[in-house]
Design a binder for this molecule. Structure first.
Ligand SMILES: [Zn+2]
Length: 206
């Protein structure tokens, strides 16, 4: 069982291993009360769609009254190593919000999550960005529990959301966040599971 420090190390080093040696072009955005930087790898032909998805997802979360991190860095790349993933720590183990969008971001991620299901009005890149934001906000909401608790096991109400929500409790939280942000309504039991696990809440959410 990895210690908290080991888990933070794995988290902060994962992005480094996926970025490769490419020179990323960055655009700095100030909207929704935060700063967010979008780093684009020149090999990424889908970066336009990913940028639109990022702006839209942040607008949706902001509109539901959920406080966003003060700064988020997004990485868009077609490197084969690049995952769709949220990172929560920098190399000094300080809190940071970083999200990477890889080659599958516009094609539906894992294939069993909400991002690969037809949801009217939502493309998979927006759904994946919402899912990853759900992870980031979960970490900020539960604090140390994110690193010290066991998150294995299925949550009883996962089937209301998606097969992927059964993966573990962190994925349940991120899938609930993505689903509810994109307009799904879930039972009180399901909402309570989300709250008990410490998922992010806001003035109009969940
Ligand atoms: Zn996830």
């Amino acid at each position: 069982m990895a210690t908290k420090e080991q888990k933070m190390d794995m988290d902060s080093r994962a992005l480094l291993s996926q970025k490769g040696t490419n020179a990323y072009a960055v655009t700095i955005n100030n909207r929704y009360g935060i700063r967010y930087d979008i780093y684009v790898c020149p090999n990424d032909k889908e970066s336009g769609a990913k940028k639109i998805a990022i702006h839209r997802a942040l607008g949706i979360v902001h509109g539901r009254g959920v406080a966003l991190p003060p700064q988020i860095d997004f990485y868009c790349s077609a490197n084969y190593e690049m995952q769709n993933r949220a990172y929560h720590r920098n190399l000094n183990h300080e809190q940071a919000s970083v999200i990477s969008l890889g080659t599958t971001a516009t094609k539906g991620g894992s294939g069993t999550g909400l991002s690969s299901m037809p949801i009217v009005g939502f493309d998979s890149a927006t759904l994946i960005t919402l899912h990853e934001l759900g992870h980031n906000l979960h970490e900020r909401s539960v604090g140390d529990r994110f690193w010290t608790d066991s998150w294995t096991g299925k949550v009883a109400t996962f089937a209301e959301i998606s097969p992927y929500a059964a993966t573990n409790k962190k994925e349940f939280v991120a899938e609930f966040f993505c689903g509810a942000m994109s307009g799904a309504t879930y039972s009180d039991a399901c909402k309570n599971h989300y709250r008990e696990l410490g998922g992010a809440t806001g003035t109009h959410f969940p």
